[in-house]
Design a binder for this molecule. Structure first.
Ligand code: BMA
Length: 331
């Protein structure tokens, strides 16, 4: 395969070579977690978080639950993508629209460079979980925009470029609790305020791919390649001991991303280490971001472990695509 990966070259990516005994498509950083639960004075846990290249280093928006168990998102900065300085206080947004309702909580952020801004999306508490939105140009001032969907919805994951002239996002309609179902949908907007053209992308599977049999949700911002959009997502299994969150990958059509091109039967990574299996919510590996270098084809996936800490795993984009295509299942 002569794979083409679209995007900015990123030579300063965090990296460790694949351990010699490793045969899986992803391998974990040996020093995980990279952000522990007490990285700020008031944090109970810091986990499902988003990062982007910024200036000479990296910027991030971190999910920080505090010791009152309030859920919020805080800014983080890093020179190497591994060591992070996370603000002790949540991001204070400046509202770009009048009469914008406050949110009761914010969690599971995603960040994308798109159309001259860094856009942020998160799960926003407004009469239940919906999708909140904002942007920043400098990671100093954060502007809040209209919530893009009414409740109940989670896992709003934007595309890094317009599609058919519109902004585009993946999302997962849900309920007000620990939702027992969940499919991935696609929507477009001409202006980031009004959203429509809703399309179903993919749903859960049965016993043929049980790690994604309860619900699925988009994870990291999709990566544009000559094989389609590479989507890293999470899938959930209901076990005797509750939900198990693993991560997998799919390929979506470049111009009609609601059309699934391929989807891996097997997970890329499931909770198996102590920092994924033990914590506030055991057995969770929850991806929210990736960094990749089109030059080398390397990818680093950022994921929450056990709703407690932030971790990274490494891979090669071409190998992940081969893995997805070699045993692919339908939507
Ligand atoms: C989901 C979200 C995530 C969390 C996961 C596992 O519904 O709330 O933030 O990581 O459950 O608890």
């Amino acid at each position: 395969m002569s794979l083409k990966i679209i995007g900015e070259k990123l030579s300063a990516l965090p990296w460790q070579d694949r351990p010699s005994q490793c045969t899986s498509p992803l391998w974990r950083y040996s020093e995980n977690p990279i952000v522990g639960r007490h990285a700020t004075p008031q944090s109970n846990s810091i986990f499902n978080s988003a990062v982007v290249p910024f200036k000479q280093g990296f910027a991030g928006v971190f999910r920080v639950d505090d010791t009152a168990r309030r859920m919020n998102i805080n800014r983080g900065m890093s020179s190497d993508g591994i060591h992070w300085q996370i603000d002790p206080e949540p991001i204070r947004f400046v509202s770009t629209v009048s009469n914008l309702p406050d949110s009761e909580y914010k969690y599971d952020p995603r960040v994308v460079w798109l159309d001259k801004h860094y856009y942020l999306f998160w799960c926003n508490g407004y009469h239940g979980p919906g999708i909140g939105a904002g942007y920043t140009d400098d990671f100093q001032t954060f502007h809040r925009q209209e919530n893009i969907f009414a409740p109940y919805n989670r896992n709003g994951v934007p595309f890094p470029r317009k599609i058919n002239g519109n902004f585009a996002i993946l999302h997962r309609p849900s309920d007000n609790g620990h939702t027992q179902f969940g499919d991935i949908f696609y929507s477009e907007s001409p202006d980031m305020t009004y959203w429509g053209k809703h399309r179903w992308v993919m749903g859960t599977r049965g016993s043929d791919s049980a790690w994604q049999s309860t619900k699925v949700g988009a994870g990291a911002v999709p990566i544009e390649t000559s094989e389609g959009w590479l989507l890293i997502y999470h899938g959930v299994l209901t076990s005797c001991n509750g939900f198990v969150y693993s991560m997998g990958a799919a390929l979506l059509d470049l111009e009609q991303p609601w059309k699934l091109r391929a989807r891996g039967r097997n997970y890329l990574l499931s909770p198996q280490t102590p920092y994924e299996c033990v914590g506030d919510v055991p057995n969770v590996a929850f991806p929210c971001a990736s960094l990749q270098d089109p030059g080398t084809g390397r990818i680093v996936i950022y994921y929450g472990g056990a709703d407690t800490c932030v971790n990274i795993a490494f891979g090669m984009i071409e190998e992940i695509i081969d893995f997805v295509k070699s045993d692919s299942i339908g939507p």
